[in-house]
Design a protein around this ligand. Structure first.
Ligand SMILES: Cc1cc2nc3c(=O)[nH]c(=O)nc-3n(C[C@H](O)[C@H](O)[C@H](O)COP(=O)(O)OP(=O)(O)OC[C@H]3O[C@@H](n4cnc5c(N)ncnc54)[C@H](O)[C@@H]3O)c2cc1C
Length: 422
């Protein structure tokens, strides 16, 4: 027996029914006109300034950052000129106040801008590197640094003259990152650091590194302390990693500390504050790096739709074959689901609220979704998808990094389970 679906019901935030049996469109309009719930509003509109800035970033990325990415990917070249262009545009200062050389914007505007960057710029390595620089080195210096540290590093980082990196991972401390072995021994006027860091984005070229070491191993993770390591400090060397799967336009390497003297004024925050500093940076990083990936997924979808319309087989566009169009529909569903999650995390961060659970869900879903959609894009493109010069297969190689850095997908599942009380 069939029954007519009366249509969805619109509820107020306190659970009271506003209207039942509405068409989905009416419910959407009701939500769009801001149903007030306990002082908050649900509104999916971007304002004029946010849209204008988004368009500006997309146009900048398309015209200025879309050079020979296929060649640079193949030769693993980081282009410092592109970095300077991003600085001149103001991208590197988006989270930093003008007093420290930045062009600070509010959180949702930055999020939308980073989405635009990922959409307009086909170089996923560059967009990843920009986000790493902003969220895991600049922001901790701004949030936890002394006035002298802020003045010393931030203006030059915003101008693109200094490149920042963040070093946590070690050969024996990856997912179990708080078991890190790098030791910082207190000496007259500062610390002597010994240890090794692995897989560090920008490791070979960074000018200043937010690096985590333990000042009191007997306290376990509560002894972890952050330091600002400058590239010329004696006892500090780096070894570039020669080859890697994706994000090949940004260098990665190991950092070695052998009796590296770090002056007291280069400790970031107090002794033992390393955990709070790293967790704060990671939460911001997850949110915004993924915003650029969302933009990249939109670019990928546009490319797949266009190709499915243009490529003809059996006298019709391949998009007319359900096997192809279903893949594209799946890509769209992943994109829009990830979008909702991302905007929610951005909104929570803009309200200065914790987003631990939401950020873990977002990181897990969006990074895995990008991998799945990249596989779909290759299949849709057939042989063309397999050949590097068309840039389709590069998306898959770049996407794979996302399920590893910032905590693997398994670790995100662990965080979600733990927050559920398991
Ligand atoms: C592109 C890229 C950029 C990076 N940039 C940086 C950077 O700038 N700075 C930095 O410090 N690090 C960086 N990293 C390192 C990254 O953070 C680590 O690779 C990551 O945390 C995993 O550590 P691992 O490689 O030692 O793997 P392992 O921890 O050895 O994990 C191996 C496998 O075991 C699984 N596993 C481990 N523990 C658990 C568990 N408890 N439950 C379930 N499964 C588990 C993992 O999910 C994984 O599948 C980067 C990595 C990549 C790929």
């Amino acid at each position: 027996m069939f029954s007519m679906d009366p249509g969805p019901t619109a509820y107020r935030g306190d659970g009271q029914v506003i209207a039942a049996g509405l068409s989905p469109n009416t419910v959407y309009l009701a939500i769009k006109t801001k149903i007030s719930a306990k002082g908050t509003t649900l509104d999916f509109e971007w304002n004029e300034q946010q849209n204008a800035f988004y368009e500006k970033v997309v146009a900048f990325a398309r015209t200025e950052l879309s050079d020979d990415v296929v060649q640079r990917d193949s030769q693993q070249v980081f282009n410092r000129d592109l970095w300077r262009k991003c600085a001149d545009f103001g991208l590197l200062g988006l989270s930093i106040p003008e007093a420290y050389g930045g062009s600070e914007k509010e959180v949702m505007t930055i999020l939308r801008a980073m989405e635009g960057l990922g959409y307009g710029c086909p170089d996923n390595g560059l967009t990843f590197a920009i986000n790493a620089h902003i969220w895991t080195s600049q922001l901790p210096i701004f949030q936890f640094g002394s006035e002298a540290q802020r003045q010393k590093y931030l203006p030059a980082m915003c101008r693109g003259e200094l490149i920042g990196a963040d070093a946590f991972t070690e050969p024996e401390a990856g997912s179990d990152v708080f078991s890190l072995q790098t030791h910082a021994k207190k000496v007259d006027g500062g610390y002597l650091l010994n240890g090794r860091k692995s897989y560090i984005t920008f490791g070979p070229v960074a000018d200043v590194v937010v690096l985590f070491a333990n000042t009191a191993p007997e306290k376990g993770k509560w002894g972890i302390t952050a330091f600002l390591i400058e590239k010329d400090f004696p006892g500090f060397t780096r070894t570039p990693l020669r080859d890697k799967m994706g994000m090949r336009t940004v260098p990665m390497g190991d950092l070695i500390l052998e009796d590296c003297f770090v002056p007291e004024e280069n400790r970031l925050g107090r002794e033992g504050a390393g955990i709070s500093i790293s967790q704060s940076a990671l939460e911001w990083e997850r949110c915004f790096i993924l915003a650029s990936q969302l933009g990249a997924m939109q670019r990928q979808l546009d490319g797949a739709v266009q190709y499915a319309r243009e490529r003809r087989q059996f006298n019709q566009p391949i998009g007319k074959f359900q096997s192809v169009s279903n893949r594209i529909a799946d890509m769209k569903v992943r994109l829009e689901t990830a979008r909702l999650m991302l905007y929610k995390v951005g909104w929570l961060k803009s309200q200065n609220r914790s987003a631990m659970m939401e950020a873990a869900i977002l990181k897990l879903f969006l990074s895995e979704a990008f991998v799945e959609s990249s596989l779909d894009a290759i299949r849709i493109n057939g042989g063309r998808g397999y050949v590097s010069e068309f840039g389709v297969e590069r998306q898959l190689r770049d996407a794979m990094g996302g399920v590893i850095y910032g905590g693997t997908s398994d670790i995100q599942r662990n965080i979600i389970s733990r927050l559920l009380g398991l």
